[in-house]
Design a protein around this ligand. Structure first.
Ligand SMILES: NC(=O)c1ccc[n+]([C@@H]2O[C@H](COP(=O)([O-])OP(=O)(O)OC[C@H]3O[C@@H](n4cnc5c(N)ncnc54)[C@H](O)[C@@H]3O)[C@@H](O)[C@H]2O)c1
Ligand SMILES: CC(C)[C@H](C(=O)O)[C@@H](O)C(=O)O
Ligand SMILES: [Mg+2]
Length: 367
């Protein structure tokens, strides 16, 4: 049976289009070898959209995103647009698409491939076999709270943001976290700053209340400063971590380095399930547009390829095909190929393009 899935691709800026091209190859391979067709629309977001429309996310692109079965995004931003007024910066486009699509649950798995154990800056025994899931709340907290701004009061300028969470916002992310813990190792650590911030006093209270519905899950709470230290000291103590928007942003970059590179970390951003069980979804690597290496065929495309695998698993129920891609990635790494960011002594340094080609070669061996 031929399966057709409607995907909106938003390559964005910097290395975004370079890594996205490698996904396009895998999509072509899947159409040919697995009879899974992607009806792909390409759109603009971030700086690319600013250049064309003076707007980091147009209503047309947003409508395309709402109509798609899933969205795949590269990265946004770069020095070219850094001095624009705040409200039309590339990053505003990304925040708007997340908010408008209602993507409150951001899954950021940090998994250490055996072949990359030596690529981490941490000792091998600290990271070997690591497999944790950071669940970041994505549409609330200090990123979106009101009031916000920069104002002058009595001749003094103030910059301010508001960290606010409602009970329903906390409860829905907590439920996703507990469901996830039930499917994994039944261990959940909620990360907050309840010793200082009232918004996270409420966070902790609500997580405790939801925990009563999941008696099998072993729940712990940790302050974010300690959690960042523990992530580097002994990351394997964690299984699922759930936290606020900004804490999750920071902790996931930190977790990325446990895996060897920011270029390895995929993500899925999911909305609430509708009556059919379907969720709005956007998939993107955790890294940014990497202006320092953009346009040089140097970027690691694996985070984006692994984000595509997450799309297959979470949006299209194609877990076997997701596993195929993950296995192909693992085999390429076992074979000793490395982009510059994960380069190790004795390995072969390859470009973005060759890394993509090598994943296809491995897929061909597997099927
Ligand atoms: N989701 C997103 O679109 C996203 C995420 C983070 C940052 N940004 C934006 O990206 C721009 C640059 O931000 P930054 O430098 O703080 O973060 P960044 O993630 O773009 O880069 C940080 C470092 O990691 C390296 N790196 C990142 N991805 C890589 C990859 N796939 N392969 C190899 N190396 C990689 C970069 O070369 C750089 O040295 C900013 O405009 C920022 O706002 C966007
Ligand atoms: C670019 C920026 C808006 C974004 C965020 O802070 O959420 C990025 O850092 C991320 O982690 O996806
Ligand atoms: Mg980030």
């Amino acid at each position: 049976m031929t399966i057709t899935k409607k995907v909106l691709m938003l390559p964005g800026d910097g290395i975004g289009p370079e890594v996205m091209r490698q996904v396009q190859r895998v999509m072509d391979w899947m159409a040919k070898k697995r009879d899974i067709n992607f009806d792909v629309t390409e759109g603009l977001i971030g700086g690319a959209s600013i250049d064309a429309h003076n707007n980091p996310l147009t209503d047309e692109t947003l409508a395309d995103a709402m109509a798609a079965d899933a969205v795949l995004l590269g990265a946004v931003g770069g020095p070219k647009w850094d001095n624009l007024p705040f409200d039309i910066k590339p990053e505003r486009g990304l925040l708007k698409i997340r908010k408008e699509m209602g993507l409150f649950a951001n899954l950021r798995p940090a998994l250490v491939f055996d072949a990359l154990v030596g690529a981490s800056t941490l000792k091998e025994d600290v990271v070997k076999g690591l497999d944790i899931m950071i669940l970041r709340e994505l549409t609330g907290g200090i990123y979106f709270g009101q009031p916000r701004g920069i104002e002058e009061r009595d001749g003094v300028r103030f910059g301010f943001n508001t960290l606010v969470y409602s009970e329903p916002e906390i409860e829905r992310i907590a439920r996703v976290a507990f469901d996830m813990a039930m499917k994994r190792n039944k261990r959940l650590c909620s990360v907050d700053k309840a010793n200082v911030l009232e918004s996270t006093v409420l966070w902790r209270e609500v997580v405790e209340r939801v925990a009563k519905d999941f008696p099998e899950v072993d729940v712990s709470h940790m302050y974010v400063d300690n959690a960042s230290m523990q992530l580097v000291r002994n990351p394997k103590q964690f299984d699922v971590m759930v936290t606020t928007n900004m804490f999750g942003d920071i902790l996931s970059d930190c977790a990325a380095m446990l895996t060897g590179s920011l270029g390895m970390l995929p993500s899925a951003s999911l909305g609430a399930a509708d009556e059919t069980g379907a969720r709005k979804a956007l998939y993107e690597p955790v890294h940014g547009s990497a202006p320092d290496i953009a346009g040089q065929d140097l970027a690691n495309p694996l985070a984006t390829l692994l984000s595509f695998a997450m799309m297959l698993r979470y949006s299209f129920d194609l877990g076997d095909d997701a596993t195929l891609i993950e296995t192909a990635v693992q085999n390429v790494l076992k074979g000793g190929l490395r982009t510059a960011d994960i380069m190790q002594p004795g390995m072969a340094k390859v470009s973005t393009t060759v890394m993509g080609e090598s994943v296809i070669n491995e897929l061909n061996k597997l099927v």
